[in-house]
Each structure stands twice: as C-alpha cells, then as structure tokens.
Write a protein that binds this ligand. Structure first.
Ligand code: 3HC
Length: 304
C-alpha cells in the first residue's frame, strides 16, 4: 500500500531516479530535462525503434544546447550518460522514485500502462502524468495511489520552456503537490499550481482557442497561414506564429484538447475543420515532417 510505505517519497530530497514512460515529442524532452538536472533517468517506450528515436532526439538536443553555449560539452555528455533507454517496463519503473507518464492521450492506453506500472513500481514512488487533455482525477483513480498522483504538464520544447503546470486531481494530497512543485524547481522550471482539474487546465485553455481561431480565420478566407502568423508574431509579440506553434505542439494534440474542451465547455470551442483535415492527411506538424508548413523541404534538422 503506497500510503503506508515507510520509505515513501515525501519530499524532493527523496527523489533520485525518474522513469519517463513514452519517448515521443514530450517524453524525450522531459527525460532530457531530468537528466540535465542530475537525476538518473529511464526512458521507456514500447519498442526499440521508438526508444532509440527518443534517445537520438535527446542527443541531438543536447548537442544543440552545447553548440549554443547553453551548456558545456561535458554537461551534455554527462546528461546523456544518465539516460538509460529501455523497452521493458518492469526494468524502467523498478527503482523509480517518480514515474512520469507521457504515453498517447487515450484513456485505454493510459489505463493499461497504469495497471502494468502498479505491478512493477515501488510503493514509495510518486506518479505524475503529462496529459494535456484528460482528467487528472479520472487518471489518478486508475492507479492504486490517487493521493500520490497529480498532473505535471510540461511545454514543448521542455528543455527550453520554463513553465510546468502542477495540476491537482480531486484526490492529490498537499504533500504530493508540493513535492512535485519542488521537483519542477529542481528541474530549473517555474511551477504554477492549477487548483482545479478542468479541461485544458490553464495554458491550453488559453492557447488552443487561439490556434483554433487562427485556423478559422484562414478557413473563412480572411488571411493566409503566413499572414495570420505575421499577426501573431508582430502584433501579439509571441515567439512563434499560431500555425508554427500548432505544428510544434502537434496538430493532433491541439485538436484532441479542443475536442475535449468543445465537449465539456460548449460551442465556442468548435474545432475548425482545417485541423481535422491536417490530422487525417497525417500532417501532424514538425514531428511528422509537415503540418501547416513543410519541414522536410525546409531541411529541418529536428529528428523525428
Ligand atoms: N533542443 C535544443 N534546441 C532546440 C530544440 C530542442 N528541443 N528545439 C529547437 N531548438 C533549436 C532550433 O533548432 C534552433 O537552432 P538553430 O538556430 O541552429 O536553427 C534554436 O533552437 C532556436 O532557438 P533560439 O533560442 O535561437 O530561438 P528562440 O529564441 O526562438 O527560441 C523557442 C526557440 C524557445 C522554441 C521559442 O521559439 C518559443 O518559445 N516558442 C514557443 C513555444 C511554445 O509556446 N511552446 C508551448 C506550446 S504549448 C504545449 O506544449 C502544451 C501542450 O499540452 C499542447
């Protein structure tokens, strides 16, 4: 029983090993951040190719950070050494103090993973999810430790974005939330607590409607993709255009959040059909090589 585990993780000082489940767009970046902060990291995905791809992206990103003098070459090498890529879930979570779940945003997939984690993770471990669209309360209740479970939501690219939303589920304890906030700080991030488990939490509740309105503006013939992006960058002062950002976030991820908000919050959040068209065509953004922009023809170097 995790609640009575005598060696339970009760503060950030009890954390040395972190298991990251899912080596994709966000998972590899979260693993990289944890390794850079000095934690032992297990990076897990369901087959060798996926784990290897995530590991290669970490290596690429660390190289980029070193090239830009954000870290030294030695720091990059040491961080990579702290990452162990694995496929076997029992090996990934067997010694974890914290398990970070970053698997695809489908309840059935997450439920299956949680059942397997519960079979192999130590009782002492805290369990967090990077979900951007599902209910923290509902996810937590799929585990045996809903009190010791909360949202820990990173932003893409995790290695560059400072914010981490720490989202309370109905059952999360104060000890869990404050430990996860302290962990975010240890990772060099700025945690912001979200007190209520609600669709989109805070960032996506604000951001995704912006991406959707940008798509509607193009859909309605008001402006082109490039023109809308100029307005976002030069009029609103955001670092990227709305469509560049949608490509970076993943159009599938943005659509998923939006569909949930539409379902829960009403018609104002009706997804623009342009988003579903891109997803149906497999154009998901930078991770698939094309989205609203074509990254292959731009010679994009971010490996996918
Ligand atoms: N690791 C290392 N380097 C990276 C990288 C990564 N993961 N991703 C991009 N880079 C590199 C680029 O390749 C580029 O290198 P180059 O100059 O050699 O081509 C370089 O970073 C660009 O970085 P700079 O510092 O020169 O440029 P910027 O100041 O523009 O910073 C940025 C880049 C931090 C990504 C900035 O554009 C930014 O803040 N963008 C907005 C991102 C954002 O809003 N993310 C949140 C999305 S919401 C989300 O994720 C939630 C989810 O639930 C939907």
């Amino acid at each position: 029983d995790p609640d009575t585990a005598t060696d339970a993780v009760r503060s950030v000082d009890d954390i040395s090993t972190i298991a990251v489940l899912g080596a994709g767009n966000m998972g590899h970046g979260i693993a990289e951040v944890a390794a850079l902060a000095g934690f032992e990291v297990f990076l897990r995905d369901i087959d060798d190719d996926l784990v290897r791809a995530g590991y290669d992206r970490i290596e690429w990103s660390l190289g980029k950070l070193a090239e830009k003098d954000r870290i030294s070459d030695d720091e990059a090498d040491a961080a990579l050494d702290r990452v162990t890529p694995v496929v076997d879930l029992a090996a990934a979570v067997g010694d974890a103090d914290v398990v970070v779940e970053v698997v695809p945003e489908r309840m059935e997939v997450k439920k299956d993973v949680y059942a397997e984690v519960e079979a192999h993770a130590p009782d002492r471990a805290l369990f967090v999810t990077n979900t951007s669209s599902l209910s923290i309360t509902e996810l937590g209740r799929e585990t045996d430790r809903p009190e010791r479970f909360c949202g820990m939501h990173f932003f893409n690219p995790p290695v560059r974005m400072r914010l981490v939303e720490v989202i309370s589920g109905a059952d999360s304890t104060e000890e869990t939330l404050s430990t996860v906030e302290a962990l975010a700080e240890r990772l060099g991030k700025t945690p912001v607590r979200v007190h209520k488990d609600s669709p989109g939490f805070v960032v996506n509740r604000v951001l995704v409607p912006l991406l959707n309105e940008a798509a509607w503006a193009v859909h309605d013939g008001e402006a082109t993709v490039a023109e809308v992006d100029s307005t976002t960058k030069y009029g609103l002062g955001l670092p990227m255009g709305s469509f560049e950002l949608a490509d970076q976030v993943g159009i599938d991820v943005a659509l998923h959040v939006l569909e949930y908000m539409h379902d829960q919050l009403g018609d104002a959040y009706e997804p623009c059909p342009l988003l579903a068209e891109k997803v149906a065509a497999g154009d998901l953004g930078t991770k698939s090589g094309a989205g609203f922009y074509d990254y292959e023809s731009r010679g994009a170097e971010i490996p996918t």
